[in-house]
Design a binder for this molecule. Sequence first.
Ligand code: NAD
Length: 459
Amino acid sequence: MRDEYDLIVVGGGPAGYVAALRAAQLGASVVLAERDVLGGTCLNRGCIPTKSYLQTAEAIQSAREWASRGLILDSPPRLDMKKALACKNQAVRRLTAGVKALLESRKVDIVRGNAVLVGSGRVEVEGSGILRAPSVILAGGSVSTRLPIPGADSPRVLLSEDILALDRVPGSLVVIGGGVIGVEIAQILSAFGSVVTIVELENRLLPTMEEDLSKAMAAALKKRGIIVHLGVSVRSIDDSGAGLALLLSDGTRVEAELALLSVGRRPDLSCLGDSGVAVERGCVVVDDFMATSLPGVFAPGDLNGRRMLAHAAFEMGEAAAHSALGHPRRAELDLVPSVVYGSPEAASVGLTEAEARTRCENVSIGLFPFAANGRALCSGDSEGFVKVLVDPRFGELLGVHIVGACASELINEAAILMRMEVTAFEIAEVAHAHPTRSEAFMEAVAAALGRCVHLPARG
Ligand code: NAD
């Protein structure tokens, strides 16, 4: 360890470790302070663990359909939760070790301990003293929001990080908050055998996404036996010792062994100390270059609340590294896709239909159902559709919304083409391999232009 570096990074999650790697690549001497395991929420308690469990959930679900494909399974699959947990933990360990190896390969010093900004260019790390550098990147991430509901402090009311560490499947679970985390974990535990109920305050699941995606997701979850209560909140939670009884705002009573509180996350401001970095509505104020109100201090990732997504944090971390080293770079967040994983998946990029209608006089909508896609049909998961929004004047692609299997992969083609400003007219003419699910995107674009040949003529 040195006394002074070119850059101090606080936090080893997606924003922090990418910022450190990029800065080191740009030739800077970098030290990264982390109080926990490298990788942050995404690798340890979020995106990665849920993907391991979703794979297991998908295997259970598809095994149920094997008989119709002629595969003989003598008994229904049973889940060994301890093994599923070990498998998930192994994936997490491999990836966090990978982050450490990447940092080491680029000669980034890693300091363990809680780090706090104590002044311009000075960060105090518990147990290690003061680090000094002309620039500091604060990437302290976020924490789960708790609600002041009477009874919500019961040990049976878990946060997502607690539920991902369980080594047994609860008999029943009530999910409070039908956002991204709620929908993903509801699907996992339902497939694992829990009776799952979702309670959502708004009148639709995934309220920030395209409305049609919310409807399709609600229908898919109900089909899988998940109970959904919309437009209600939880008045109180009563822990009888043997389980929970939740009283909802419409008077309904829901009983469950455990509850998950997934009502959003808020920035973890603990790394700011008394430094005076400007904060508004609980989020660190940054400009597009990730600069805070204090010169030489930058704050990418969940800390600024702009887009609480790991891949948005990667983008913000890179921008912060360039900006901190005197090569200002904007974080491009307009065309960052958002994805809800599961079976089906939901994915969006660009404007929703409601937003597009406020921006453009006319919006052409192209909708292509996976039921009309050969690959999806043969795979047995033809649920869902691709919906594209096009400005008919110049063929600008305004937004793409997908629900169905592989939506998380398909959305990236749309994001790239939108970023490159490729028009709908051009996309509709690009041959896509057949049979693939990607064809559904091209067909939806063609449908928006009124030239899709694989949909029946209208009228
Ligand atoms: P969220 O904001 O996605 O969803 C919270 C939900 O809780 C909303 O639908 C909201 O209406 C509802 N809610 C709020 N108060 C409520 C109440 N009193 N009763 C019932 N419902 C209530 O937040 P999240 O799902 O907790 O996720 C946190 C963050 O993590 C988000 O920013 C999300 O984008 C990110 N994340 C992303 C992914 C992904 O990209 N796949 C996965 C997990 C988490």
